[in-house]
Design a protein around this ligand. Structure first.
Ligand code: IVH
Length: 670
């Protein structure tokens, strides 16, 4: 071949690659498989090797102009981006207030900032000295994706703010969304407005984002230090003054009855709005009260989302399958004739558990009413008995696990003195296939190891191919083999490898949560991690059979201890933890060396005034102290409230432990 022909051939291949890069990265609609894409890349590289005079900025061997990886850069949020708990009716709202009163140990009067909950994608904007310097998505709540350039294309987002009173350093948070009529023009590309907003924001090329008309309303802050602003409603007014859009329906209301009335009206009128709203957010207006109330693992105690009522439709049960969860729970699921409920096609509905099937007498072939509310799993509300066929038979719930055949049981709950509604497979380990798969799915999930290149479907696929049997197998994957699988190419394999590698560095609490011990959720995993400080210490406690030591942690009880013991009695679980601890880089819990109460342990007895135990505990922990639940030599202070337990006071005196009144203790804290 002549040099000119070789060059022509080369340019043709480069142009082909350019076209597919654009389809993949900009339009998110590839026309060829990853594998065919890789073939083009390899052919180009071979030509370049053979004929060194061939060069292009768009060559895969040049970084210039070549599309970057699918992974966005990550950035950890200075203040976590949490979600909200949901309320559906007045009872839920009363309960929400009750919990607040309990936490504060007092009935207080407060106002609510009421804000429409737009169904979009939340984003965080960091401004320094008035300039937008960073924009991120929510991600897993702790770490988001850096999408600054894409966010900058949204006209509602100011890039420079010159107001004198605009804070020097602040994260502004709000919702990115698309209006209903703009969505209608894009209908073929996305399933719903929310997906359209998210798809647009995650385009690799900001020019693409610009083409889809996105909007932004601001509603809260992340990092922010201010003494002047005392109310959420004042913060919202400031946002507007600074140049942000805020929702024009924001309001301040006082009582639950005001909230419910406003909700009723808004729910009726919401269809006239230009955008989708899936509920109202109620926030305690006083920022000082918000600060006192703080957060649980996932959501603030001072806010709640009051959802609009569910959409419903009728359909028919085609089949009932029993799913096995990671803790062995058997969940019946109805496969129904697909039906459109409020814009979403539903083909499954949860039947919750055996008792629910018995109570509602749900049978195969039944015509049922299904409800779906926002992101909640659709469920059966009623059976239309008139439509039931003559030959219909009661559904018999299996006595054995449909996955491994083991015996199933309904546990006896000591607190409620009743048998659980849920039936469980007694094989809690990796010997039951379905449990094992679910355990691995939990292991990779967002709040656990957060391996986003390895989704649930991939886990199932890798399981079928025998590539994965235990969590540790994820760290010994045969990438060569994977790149030969249908649907996998260089690019997706390198993305997978990247996210697996990234996950190797993990904090102890996330790791303890990830291994999936029943009754050890995120919150309890944190308590255990803070107590043992390192994985090494944790394994020592397991080896020495000293798990009872955890009983000393305020918040850990017998249920958790028994579950931990049961977990480690299973030798395969023990081996998994040991293997993973050598494969991973599990970081120790560092002491916050700044708090006034460092190395001090406290215990409470009796009722505190104007403060709940929970708030007292979080005050101590914020100042680096710890709270224990029994009097022993390790205890430094016993704090006594009203009507203390005499035995505890006596024991403390005998051991020479300092005894403080609530006042004296608060003095320690200033
Ligand atoms: S406040 C910690 N205010 O709802 C406080 N969120 O489930 C959480 N949302 O991720 C955010 N409108 O995407 C807040 N006025 C509003 C909101 C709002 C919509 C979304 C947001 C958040 C989700 C919480």
């Amino acid at each position: 071949m002549k040099e000119s022909e070789i060059k022509k051939d080369y340019i043709k291949k480069i142009n082909e690659l350019k076209k597919h890069n654009k389809l993949y990265f900009e339009n998110s609609s590839p026309e060829i498989s990853d594998k065919d894409y890789d073939i083009i890349k390899i052919e180009i590289q071979n030509l370049e090797r053979k004929f060194p005079y061939l060069k292009s900025d768009f060559s895969p061997s040049s970084s210039l102009g070549f599309a970057p990886s699918k992974n966005f850069q990550k950035s950890s949020h200075r203040v976590k981006m949490l979600s909200l708990s949901n309320a559906f009716d007045i009872e839920d709202l009363k309960n929400f207030e009750k919990k607040i009163f309990n936490y504060l140990n007092k009935k207080v009067k407060f106002e609510y900032s009421v804000e429409p909950k737009i169904d979009g994608i939340s984003a965080s904007l960091t401004y320094k000295d008035g300039f937008l310097v960073l924009g991120t998505s929510r991600g897993d709540g702790s770490t988001g994706e850096v999408i600054t350039e894409n966010l900058k294309t949204i006209k509602d987002i100011p890039q420079k703010i010159s107001s004198k009173d605009f804070p020097k350093d602040i994260d502004i948070r709000g919702e990115v969304f698309i209006k209903k009529n703009d969505f209608n023009k894009l209908k073929n590309a996305f399933a719903n407005p929310r997906n359209a907003a998210s798809g647009s924001l995650r385009q690799k090329n900001p020019e693409q984002t610009k083409k889809i008309p996105l909007n932004f309303v601001a509603y809260t802050y992340g990092f922010f230090e201010s003494k002047k602003i005392k109310k959420q409603s004042d913060f919202l007014s400031s946002l507007q003054k600074w140049g942000f859009k805020i929702n024009k329906h924001n309001k301040v209301l006082k009582t639950i009855y005001d909230l419910v009335n406003f909700h009723r009206k808004f729910e009726r009128d919401r269809f006239e709005l230009e955008y989708d709203v899936d509920g109202l957010v109620y926030k305690i207006n006083s920022l000082e009260l918000q600060k006192r109330l703080g957060f649980t693992a996932n959501s603030p105690r001072w806010a709640i989302a009051h959802k609009f009522s569910a959409d419903s439709a009728y359909s028919q049960i085609k089949d009932i399958n029993i799913q096995v969860g990671r803790t062995g729970a058997l969940t019946p699921v109805a496969r129904i004739k697909p039906v459109n409920i409020g814009g979403v096609v539903v083909s499954n509905a949860t039947l919750h558990n055996e008792d629910e099937i018995i109570r509602k007498d749900i049978r195969l072939g039944d015509t049922i009413k299904i409800e779906r509310a926002g992101d909640v799993i659709p469920h059966v509300v009623l059976v239309d008995l008139k439509k039931r066929g003559r030959n219909s038979k009661k559904f018999i719930f299996p006595n054995n696990c449909p996955s491994c055949g083991s015996e199933t049981i309904k546990e006896f709950n000591k607190t409620t003195k009743k048998h659980d509604a849920v039936r469980r497979c007694t094989n809690e380990g990796y010997d039951c296939e379905k449990i094992a798969i679910e355990k691995i799915k939990h292991f990779i999930s967002k709040d656990a190891m957060n391996i986003d290149g390895l989704g649930k479907k991939v886990v199932e696929n890798f399981w079928d191919l025998k590539l994965i049997r235990f969590p540790q197998d994820i760290y010994n994957l045969d990438y060569n083999k994977i790149s030969n699988l249908e649907g996998w190419g260089d690019l997706s394999v390198s993305n997978l490898k990247y996210s697996v590698d990234q996950s190797k560095k993990v904090s102890l609490d996330k790791f303890l949560y990830a291994i999936g011990i029943r009754h050890i959720g995120i919150e309890n995993a944190k308590l255990l991690a803070e107590h043992v400080k390192s994985i090494k210490n944790f394994i020592i406690l397991v080896n020495k059979n000293k798990l009872n030591e955890f009983l000393n942690i305020d918040g850990i009880g017998e249920t958790q201890i028994n579950s931990l013991k049961k977990f480690f009695e299973n030798k395969s679980n023990y081996k998994i933890v040991e293997k993973l601890s050598s494969l991973l880089n599990i970081s120790d819990i560092k002491l916050n060396k700044e708090g006034k109460l460092l190395y001090n342990t406290f215990m409470f007895t009796g009722k505190l005034s104007n403060m709940s135990r929970a708030e007292a505990k979080s005050l101590i922990e914020e100042n680096s102290g710890s709270v224990v639940s029994s009097v022993n030599k390790k205890l430094k202070y016993l704090i006594i409230g009203e009507k203390p337990t005499n035995r505890k006071v006596q024991e403390a005196k005998e051991l020479g432990i300092k005894i403080l009144s609530q006042k004296e203790w608060l003095k320690l804290l200033n």
